[in-house]
Structure formats: C-alpha cells, structure tokens
Design a protein around this ligand. Structure first.
Ligand SMILES: Nc1ncnc2c1ncn2[C@@H]1O[C@H](COP(=O)(O)OP(=O)(O)OP(=O)(O)O)[C@@H](O)[C@H]1O
Ligand SMILES: [Mg+2]
Length: 278
C-alpha cells in the first residue's frame, strides 16, 4: 500500500473521520477506458472539514477521479474509503465482493456532487427541486424536508426564489440551487466539478461566495476548479494532476505560490495568461 500523502496544514487541527482515518482516503486508484489508462495510481487524503482543490489540464483525469469517489465510475485498481466505508466493495477477509446496486446507492447518498451544468428539473419549482431527493430517495417526511429546504435556499441567498422555476433564474442562481439541492441530502462530503466554468464571468462570484461560506461552515469539499484566487484563499490543500497522476500537492501557498514541478509551472502560467486573477 502506498503511504498516504500528508494533508492538512497549520497544525492540522481538523479532525479525521471514523476510526481516525481521513474522511476520504484514496489509495493507488486506477481507471482505464477501453485500455486507455486515465488514472494511474492516485493517492489522496482529505480530512474532515478540509477543502481540497484539484487542479490540472484538460484530460488529466480530474472529473474521472471525482466520479470514482462517487461511484459514477467503478475503479480498476486501488481503494477508496469515505468515512471508513470502502466504496463499492465489501472486504471479506481480504477478498473483495462488489456491493449490490442498493448498497452502492446508499453510499452515494452520503456524497453531494455539483457539476458544471446544474441539471435542475425544469418542470419543478426551486423548492421542489431541493426537496426532491430527500423525499423520494430517502423517504423523509415532507414537512421536515421543506423546513430544511427553505433554510438552505436562504443560506444560498435565494429564499425569495423558492416558487420560481429554474428557467426563470440566472445561471449563477441555478448553480446555487444545485448546491442547496445537494446539501438537502445532508452529505458528509461535497464534490464540485468546475461549478463556475459554465457561468458568465459576472455570475461566478456569487457561486464562489456560497462555496466559501460552505467551506467556513466545516463542510468537507473536493473542488475541481480553475479559479486560482478561490483555491489560494479557500483550499487547505491543493492537488495538481496531470496525465492521470498527482504531480504535486501541498498548501496553496506552495503549490500555487511556489510550484516545484515544470508541469505545474506551465499549467499555472497558462492559467494566468487566460484569466485575470493572476
Ligand atoms: N466515459 C469515458 N469513456 C472514454 N474515455 C473517457 C470517459 N470519460 C473520460 N474519458 C477520458 O479520460 C480522460 C480524462 O478525462 P476527464 O474528464 O477525467 O479529464 P478532466 O481532467 O476532468 O478534463 P477537463 O478539464 O477537460 O474537464 C480524457 O482523455 C477523456 O477523454
Ligand atoms: Mg473535467
């Protein structure tokens, strides 16, 4: 087994998950599509309450890795634990057995995911979108879910839009609803895959503000982003991936502020020339 990468900084005051291990513990994760190896042994630890920003060029495997954590993809090698649970498998005396679809679905419910595109149900109001999964998937009582959904919409600054339909909202507002919808399931972990990259520039800030507040509230988050200013400010730990491997990782002031590898430097200078946040 590969030695897990050290994570956390500033004395690592934040806690670990069950059994003292990190909330997310990924070891030597491999994934190939039709013989094309996309993840070539990814190790990653994320402690409870930590925000990890995942950077890397297009095609480096960032989305695939998030999808593996969430079991939207099965992995070909390695292990991923979330809060002590081995994802997708049951370990019976060293032999792995696939979990049933139902068991996988139960694991997946603990993880919220926000994509580039919001994928809200267009025929349902904002409030109904946020309430849908807890009621339909978890079978929670509507009155309780509604109370929580209203609070969540307030938290993302959209209390007054509860009865609107997604088509009546801006992209930034829709993305904030998508975050509220994911939070309604009370996840242990939130995965964000370039949540602002489909937005008009003037709408990016409001979504990042919601994410910043979520991070400050102690949510454990893995964020794929090209927003370097956000990563520098909010991430506890930055992981730079290229071609299916982790090239470099550490605190943002090191990885972004003083990268050690040529590939990281090349990527960051490309990002700088494409964006305004330097
Ligand atoms: N379902 C799939 N079938 C075949 N190949 C895939 C599949 N999903 C991803 N890939 C390939 O895996 C590689 C990594 O893709 P991935 O989407 O994880 O990259 P990424 O780092 O998220 O890139 P981007 O920044 O463009 O979103 C790419 O070469 C991609 O074409
Ligand atoms: Mg991607």
């Amino acid at each position: 087994m590969t030695e897990p990468a050290a994570t956390g900084r500033d004395g690592d005051a934040r806690g670990a998950g069950r059994d003292g291990i990190p909330l997310v513990h990924a070891v030597n994760v491999h994934k190939a599509f039709h013989g094309n190896e996309v993840l070539k042994g990814i190790d990653m630890d994320v402690r409870q309450g930590q925000v990890v920003c995942l950077l890397g060029p297009s095609g480096s495997g960032k989305t695939t890795f998030l999808r593996c954590i969430n079991q939207l993809e099965s992995i070909d090698g390695g292990r991923i634990w979330v809060d002590g649970d081995l994802m997708g498998y049951r370990d019976a005396g060293g032999r792995l057995h696939h979990l049933t679809d139902k068991q996988v679905a139960a694991q997946r419910r603990e993880i919220g995911m926000v994509f580039q595109r919001f994928n809200l149900f267009p025929h349902m109001t904002v409030l109904a979108n946020v309430m849908e999964a807890p009621v339909q998937v978890k079978g929670e009582r509507k009155t309780e879910v509604k109370e929580r959904a209203v609070q969540l919409l307030d938290r993302v600054g959209l209390a007054e839009k509860a009865d609107a339909y997604p088509g009546q909202l801006s992209g930034g507002q829709q993305q904030r609803v998508a975050i509220a919808r994911a939070l309604a399931m009370q996840p242990k972990l939130m995965l964000f895959d370039e949540p602002t990259s489909a937005l008009d520039p003037e709408l990016v800030g409001e979504v990042l503000t919601v994410m910043r507040e979520l991070a400050a509230s102690g949510m454990t988050m893995i964020v794929v982003t090209h927003e370097m200013a956000f990563a520098r400010e909010v991430a506890d730990h930055v992981v730079f991936m290229d071609a299916g491997v982790v090239v470099e990782q550490g605190p943002p002031r090191e990885v972004i502020g003083n990268p050690q590898h040529d590939r990281t430097r090349a990527f960051l200078s490309r990002m700088r020339s494409e964006s305004h946040d330097g």
